[in-house]
Design a protein around this ligand. Structure first.
Ligand code: SF4
Ligand code: SF4
Length: 476
């Protein structure tokens, strides 16, 4: 058997969609076709506007807010502290952060199973910023047709002014986005002061620049390309879909056969469905697809095509909903279920994880005590003839207020703490406290003894921590 693979010389410029393409070759790279999105008003666009204003408001405002003197949200990487809504988290709370990420992931799976890509269509930062950039574009360059005309027009002063204005506005929004993002890691007031006086370190300049450029490119230039080629979620979301998932769909039973007609014509007389083939659903689509071709991975579930089609249905005096949120089962005339094993599964994991996190947060002790025994000397006899051991107490105060702790030790009769018996630890501090304990030698019956250190807050009776350690004496 021959192991040779036949190789054929092909013309790389050939286009398979071109009817004149006789070579039958497939072009693996298709250059991007600019999408001119038509602005549309409607129920779902209004919902998105509200969600957009809410999310943008939160993003740009929260960075400035404080609660009890602490930033509302601040990731202090050098100090390894995360301030979140009045609670400070430390590296030891990392599992809580992991738990919250798992909750977010399962929340996303749960919602996707029920309603498809609502995250993508309404709340994903890529969508939110792209819609803002599109809104700015429409205000400066005009409607879809005006923008297409402007792009085709030869260079003129008016074109240069409009383009410059648009890119300046985009860059300003991108800069505000970059500054705000870095402000969650570098206190925003200090960041602005340090940047303008050139006192900020190089990393601050780098990250502000990086997020500014990334926002400008992603929302201004790449747009749907990010969703189509860079976002992994678009690729694996289909595994969460089933015939009962409610997604944006065109109803072919009602719409086909499509075709143009006069408004007063009866479609049944013409043998037509309700789709007048106006193409409005395609013109408003930010990813440039035709929803009438069925469910496609390019569809981000933004529902703009629903608003556009409903507007046409109103004009034609047909019932709304030719394109609507529906399920595959409903389109086939079968009953559709909201609750099913898949939703129960994701819902159960979500409920368990939320319950666990709430429990851990509710029972979280805002302090930590570790005791390290001095390994340099097993024990010493002090001037009183008593045996002493040396320790280092590590006390972390994870509360938002300072605490003064009383230190006590127990486990052997007559034990004394010879060093400080109170210590004040400020919020977020991790204090190391050398501590010496002594015991009457008569009490010691064995060389290795279990003792317990206890710290109790003077201002909060419920804040008491205990840790076990060893007290070493001579062999008996
Ligand atoms: S087809 Fe286009 S307009 Fe319709 S929901 Fe999907 S992405 Fe949005
Ligand atoms: S907007 Fe509605 S009527 Fe117009 S082409 Fe799309 S589906 Fe058909």
């Amino acid at each position: 058997m021959s192991s040779e693979i036949p190789v054929k010389q092909v013309d790389p410029s050939s286009d398979p969609s071109d009817k004149n393409n006789k070579s039958g070759t497939v072009e693996l790279y298709a250059s991007r076709k600019k999408i001119y999105v038509k602005e549309v008003e409607g129920f779902f666009q209004r919902i998105r506007n509200v969600s957009l204003l809410l999310l943008m408001g939160m993003y740009f405002l929260f960075v400035w807010l404080t609660l009890d003197g602490q930033p509302l949200i601040h990731f202090d990487l050098p100090a390894r502290e995360f301030h979140l809504y009045g609670t400070t988290f430390y590296p030891k709370d990392f599992f809580l952060l992991s738990g919250m990420l798992i909750i977010s992931a399962f929340g996303l799976f749960f919602i996707t199973t029920l309603f498809g890509r609502v995250w993508c269509g309404y709340t994903c930062p890529q969508t939110v910023w792209t819609f803002i950039f599109m809104w700015v574009e429409e205000r400066i360059e005009g409607s879809r047709n005006q923008r297409m005309k402007l792009d085709k027009a030869p260079r003129s002063s008016q074109k240069v002014i409009k383009k410059s204005l648009k890119h300046t506005a985009w860059l300003l929004i991108a800069l505000a986005t970059g500054l705000t993002f870095v402000g969650y890691f570098y206190p925003i007031r200090e960041l602005l002061a340090d940047l303008f006086t050139l006192q900020a370190n190089g990393w601050a300049f780098f990250w502000v620049g990086f997020f500014t450029v990334a926002t400008y490119l992603n929302a201004g230039w790449m747009r749907e390309q990010v969703c189509l080629y860079m976002c992994p979620y678009a690729r694996f979301q289909s595994v969460m879909f089933d015939p009962d998932t409610r997604v944006v769909s065109y109803d072919p039973n009602r719409g086909e056969p499509r075709g143009g007609r006069r408004k007063d014509a009866n479609p049944a007389d013409l043998g037509l469905g309700d789709c007048i083939d106006c193409g409005q659903c395609v013109q408003v689509c930010p990813t440039g697809i035709d929803i009438r071709d069925g469910l496609q991975y390019e569809c981000i579930g933004c529902a703009l095509c629903i608003d556009a089609c409903d507007e046409i249905m109103d004009k034609m005096e047909y019932p709304r909903g030719l394109i609507r949120y529906t399920t595959e089962n409903e389109l086939e005339g079968k009953p559709s279920k909201l609750l099913r094993p898949r939703t129960f599964g994701y819902g159960a994991v979500l409920a368990i994880m939320i319950g666990a996190i709430v429990f851990v947060l509710a029972t979280r002790v805002p302090a930590q005590l570790d005791v390290l025994r001095d390994r340099g000397a097993l024990f010493n006899f002090n001037g009183d003839g008593r045996i002493e051991n040396t320790y280092t107490l590590k006390i972390a105060n994870m509360a938002e207020v300072p605490h003064t702790f009383s230190i006590a030790v127990s486990g052997m009769e007559g034990m004394r703490v010879l060093t400080d018996t109170t210590v004040t630890v400020v919020s977020g501090e991790n204090r190391s406290l050398p501590t010496v304990v002594d015991v009457d030698p008569e009490i010691i019956t064995q060389s290795n003894n279990t003792i317990r250190f206890q710290i109790s807050s003077e201002s909060d009776e419920s804040l008491i921590l205990e840790t076990e350690s060893r007290f070493v004496g001579p062999n008996r």
